[in-house]
Design a binder for this molecule. Structure first.
Ligand code: SAH
Ligand code: SF4
Ligand code: F3S
Length: 457
């Protein structure tokens, strides 16, 4: 709400005055998906508004923020390790420590934090992020720990300051939360139900980004193609409207759900020239039995039909996907079904995950959990297949001309620049300053598994 945000702006101003001439620094450690990264850009925006400047060095920081993810278990170990390391810093220089994000919406994690890491100053959730200035103000005034978490779906707040991490590509969150309750997934519990931003606010933000020189927009949400702008305005309408914004050259979106890929969305991708023709279509499993247990709401056949339909309607379309191996009750046969779909679709990119039990989700209570060694063995077989497909797919690029958005200098060689093709492949080429931040035409001359080499046309 506007009045709440105005209140936070007033508090930011107060803190800015308190911090004047102190040269205070912050650092932020982000885990998880692009939605969290986008939230971190807003957290950074608020901190800069309060007079903190960014540092990479945790030991230099006066304020350290962790923006957490809990989609898989390994994130927890990582976080607790990092916080453990903070204890000494806290004792030495009184660093303020704030932890926010998805993991803080899990009660057992917050309990553990409070018990084992009492030196943490602020714990905030996904629905209260915009109140960080108020939380910081309270800490500065009282030095008493602040816990600011609510369990009800947060409202959508517009107009937070934002410090973007890139000056060419920008992420724009179009919806929050998820209604799908895939049985393995914690996201609906920690992010709440689906809430779409207003069309007007989204378009305004993107027009502003175009004016500032941004060329590529990624529309973000847990289920972008169920975006609901009201009065029958759907995701396909949004794609068409963003496509009309001058200055924007490329539009990507992540993540859609196969069940919501209706014809209007497919037609919009086909007809909007700026919309990337690599589409992320999360498969999760190639076995209809497992898909049903996952509550994915499509069968193996429906998924493959959708792929075929999209290939027909959108020439040169490519797909990327997410796959989980080792879901409860996944048999060798089910796993082979997954490999079969991977072979058939020939994905450009596959994000592979080992099933991780999440407290509070239905799959955690299912019988016949798969032993760790079987999960790992399947993961390695999938990885082998995917890598062999990538190197064959890469061959197809050799000799072709690709339009590449140039992002910056190569980290290993000054004279080389890097960019990405429409299909999101990294290309390295010899170029000069004048090519920076532009779309250039490159002839691909060789492939190296994770990147291609090109020459200016
Ligand atoms: N909303 C998006 C992505 C959510 S999380 C979507 O539906 O595509 C990103 C990916 O993490 C998921 O697609 C899934 O492949 C993986 N994932 C989610 N929960 C998981 C779990 N418990 N174990 C392993 N992987 C998981
Ligand atoms: Fe999780 Fe499924 Fe929602 Fe994606 S669609 S966030 S996998 S519940
Ligand atoms: Fe993780 Fe939260 Fe994203 S759980 S994947 S950071 S929505």
């Amino acid at each position: 709400m506007k009045s709440d945000i105005n209140e936070q702006y007033k508090i930011m101003e107060k803190i800015r005055n308190m911090n004047l001439n102190k040269n205070l620094k912050y650092t932020i450690y982000t885990m998880g998906c692009q939605l969290n990264e986008n939230d971190s850009e807003k957290i950074s925006g608020m901190l800069e508004q309060m007079g903190y400047t960014f540092t990479e060095e945790i030991s230099d920081a006066d304020f350290v923020c962790f923006n957490t993810c809990c989609v898989r278990e390994n994130a927890e170990d990582k976080l607790f390790g990092k916080i453990g390391e903070m204890k000494r810093l806290k004792e030495e220089k009184g660093t303020i420590i704030a932890i926010g994000g998805c993991m803080m919406q899990e009660k057992h994690i917050v309990e553990k934090l409070k018990k084992s890491y009492p030196f943490v100053d602020i714990i905030f959730g996904t629905h209260t992020m915009q109140k960080l200035p108020e939380d910081i103000y309270n800490i500065l005034k009282t030095r008493k720990r602040v816990e600011d978490i609510i369990d009800i779906d947060g409202e959508i707040y517009e107009g937070l300051p934002i410090k973007r991490s890139d000056n060419l590509k920008a992420s724009v969150t179009i919806m929050y939360g998820c209604n799908n309750f895939c049985t393995y997934c914690i996201v609906p519990y920690v992010r709440g139900r689906e809430r779409s931003r207003k069309v007007r606010d989204i378009l305004l933000e993107i027009k502003e980004l175009a004016k500032e020189g941004y060329k590529e927009i990624t529309l973000l949400g847990q289920n972008v193609n169920s975006y609901d702008g009201g009065d029958g305005y759907k995701f396909s309408n949004l794609l068409r409207d963003v496509n009309r914004i001058d200055g924007i050259e490329k539009i990507r979106f992540i993540s859609p759900h196969p069940k919501d890929f209706k014809d209007d969305v497919i037609d919009a991708i086909a007809e909007c020239e700026k919309v990337s023709k690599i589409v992320h279509l999360p498969l999760q499993s190639g076995s209809t039995k497992v898909l049903k247990m996952m509550n994915r709401k499509y069968t193996r056949e429906e998924y493959l039909e959708l792929v075929e339909k999209m290939k027909k309607k959108i020439p040169n379309i490519l797909f990327s996907t997410d796959i989980i191996v080792g879901f409860p009750e996944e048999t060798e046969e089910d796993f082979l079904d997954t490999l079969e779909v991977v072979k058939k679709v020939n994905f450009e990119q596959v994000f592979m995950f080992i099933y991780s039990r999440r407290v509070g989700t239905p799959a955690d209570k299912m019988e016949n959990q798969i032993p760790e060694e079987v999960k790992h063995e399947r993961f390695n077989r999938l990885k082998e297949l995917v890598e062999s497909q990538i190197s064959v797919n890469n061959q197809k690029y050799i000799g072709t001309i690709q339009e590449v958005l140039v992002e910056g200098k190569s980290k290993t060689n000054e004279n080389f620049l890097t960019g990405r093709t429409d299909s999101n492949k990294v290309v390295v080429f010899e170029g000069s300053e004048e090519n920076m931040n532009k779309v250039v035409k490159l002839k691909i001359v060789s492939e190296h598994m994770w990147y291609l080499k090109g020459e200016l046309e």
